[in-house]
Design a protein around this ligand. Structure first.
Ligand code: PEP
Length: 250
């Protein structure tokens, strides 16, 4: 069985200023962080350069979004090339806030994923069902559809530069975490979907993160599940407890 390096991403969302970012950089620099864990923080675009220049090199930096083409008349957007130019090498795409607040659909997210990968970025690709969809018994249908749009866009390209983040929308920023069993069940189904629709190699090697109200208090139980390969963390990534989440496997 392939070994998948545990991955913990932080998503600062639209939070922070230089003073607050200095505080986060301080607790991340002091750690200590489990050296067996890949850590990436998702930073507001305007602070990418600043954060990259101050964070330890062992911590990756991600943008939280980018557009689907290299440059042009797209006021307010940032391109993959710009993200790479300031030294960041990851981007979060398809976050539920992009889908639900900004109306991004599967097709656009697929196009963004394709362009980001072609440009040389690595991608944290987010998927997840709403509460209505879960209560309507549609969780698998929704996450398979979202993953299929991403898979179609990647084509024969580089799955090794993609981390999948399963983030049930009802668990994001709500304090309601999926139970380890609920998360494991969806991760297991996603891995089986990847084996069937992409390849058994991609299924075994792709890291599938859980996101949704992960805290220092619940991370260890979640991390014990065999198909949970890490976390995408919103609110708690702004606080010193993020270090405990990174060290969840210890
Ligand atoms: C997120 O923004 O991806 C997220 C999971 O947020 P939170 O941890 O605050 O629920």
């Amino acid at each position: 069985m392939a070994t998948r390096k545990f991955f913990v991403g932080g998503n600062w969302k639209m939070n922070g200023n230089k003073a607050e970012i200095n505080g986060i950089i301080d607790f991340l620099s002091k750690g200590p962080l489990d050296p067996n864990v890949e850590v990436v923080v998702g930073v507001p675009a305007i602070y990418l350069d600043y954060s990259r220049s101050k964070l330890p090199r062992s911590i990756g930096v991600a943008a939280q979004n980018c557009y689907k083409v290299a440059k042009g008349a797209f006021t307010g957007e940032n391109s993959s090339a710009m993200i790479l130019d300031v030294g960041a090498d990851w981007v979060i795409l398809g976050h539920s806030e992009r889908r639900n607040v900004f109306g991004e659909n599967d097709e656009l997210i697929g196009e963004k994923v394709r362009h980001a990968l072609e440009s040389g970025l690595s991608v944290i690709a987010c998927i997840g069902e709403t509460l209505d969809e879960r209560e309507g018994g549609r969780t698998e249908e929704v996450v398979f559809r979202q993953t299929a749009a991403i898979s179609k866009a990647i084509g024969q390209g580089s799955w090794e530069k993609v981390v999948l983040a399963y983030e049930p929308v009802w668990a994001i920023g709500t304090g309601k975490t999926a139970s380890p069993e609920q998360a494991q069940e969806v991760h297991d189904q996603l891995r089986k979907w990847l084996a069937k629709e992409v390849s058994s190699d991609v299924s075994q090697k792709t890291r599938i993160l859980y996101g949704g109200s992960v805290t220092a208090g619940n991370c260890k139980e979640l991390a014990k599940k065999e198909d949970i390969d890490g976390f995408l963390v919103g609110g708690a990534s702004l606080k010193p407890e993020f270090v405990n989440i990174i060290n969840a496997k210890q």
